[in-house]
Design a protein around this ligand. Structure first.
Ligand SMILES: Nc1nc2c(c(=O)[nH]1)N[C@H]1C(S)=C(S)[C@@H](COP(=O)(O)O)O[C@H]1N2
Ligand SMILES: [Mo]
Length: 160
C-alpha cells in the first residue's frame, strides 16, 4: 500500500505538459495537449505493450496520436548533405531519463515510420498515470522497449 502510493507520487513528479522538438531542425516545436490537434491526429487500433519476458503490460484497444514522421516533417530536419542521412537519429527522451532511438532510415525509409506515434489518448481517454504523452512503435516485437512514458523531448542529432 505504502509502496504503491510512493510509486504514484513519483509518477506525478514525472508528468510534463509539453514535448519539445529540438536539435537539428529548422522549426523547433513545443507540442502540448492543446496544439497537438493541429497536427492531424490519427486513431489506431489494437496494440499490446509487451515486456521482455513476453508479458502483456498494457492493452490499447484504440489510441490517438500524431506520427513521429509528421512531427519531424513539421519541424523540418536540417540536412544540407543527403549523403549524411544515415548518420541522423531521433532520440525520444522521458522526464525520468528513459530514452529510445530511431534512425532517419527507420522513420523515412522503412515501414516502421508508419508505426511510430506520439500518443495522447488511449481507449478514448487522455493518458493519466504515464504523463500526457507516450511514444509507441507498434511493429516492434517487444513493444514495451520503445514505449516511452512521460515523453519530454524529441531530439534530432547526427553522428560525427
Ligand atoms: N519513461 C519511461 N518509459 C518506460 C519505462 C520507464 O521506466 N520510464 N519502462 C519501459 C518498460 S521496461 C516497459 S516493459 C514498458 C511498459 O511498462 P509499464 O507497464 O510500466 O508501462 O514501458 C517502458 N517505458
Ligand atoms: Mo520492461
Amino acid at each position: 500500500m505504502l509502496i504503491k502510493s510512493l510509486l504514484i507520487i513519483a509518477a506525478l513528479f514525472n508528468v510534463t505538459n509539453k514535448v519539445t522538438v529540438k536539435g537539428l531542425v529548422e522549426h523547433p516545436l513545443e507540442i502540448t495537449r492543446s496544439n497537438i490537434k493541429a497536427f492531424k491526429p490519427e486513431t489506431q487500433k489494437d496494440l499490446k505493450i509487451i515486456g521482455s519476458t513476453g508479458d502483456v503490460k498494457k492493452t490499447f484497444n484504440s489510441y490517438k496520436g500524431v506520427s513521429l514522421k509528421s512531427i519531424l516533417d513539421s519541424a523540418k530536419i536540417t540536412m544540407p548533405n543527403h549523403k549524411e542521412r544515415g548518420k541522423y537519429y531521433i532520440a525520444v527522451k522521458a522526464s525520468d531519463g528513459y530514452t529510445t532511438l530511431y534512425s532517419w532510415n527507420d522513420i523515412f525509409n522503412n515501414p516502421t515510420g508508419d508505426h511510430v506515434f506520439l500518443v495522447f489518448e488511449v481507449n478514448g481517454k487522455p493518458i493519466e498515470e504515464d504523463g500526457q504523452f507516450v511514444m509507441v512503435c507498434s511493429n516492434d516485437k517487444i513493444t514495451g522497449a520503445r514505449h516511452v512514458k512521460w515523453v519530454q523531448e524529441i531530439e534530432v542529432g547526427k553522428l560525427p
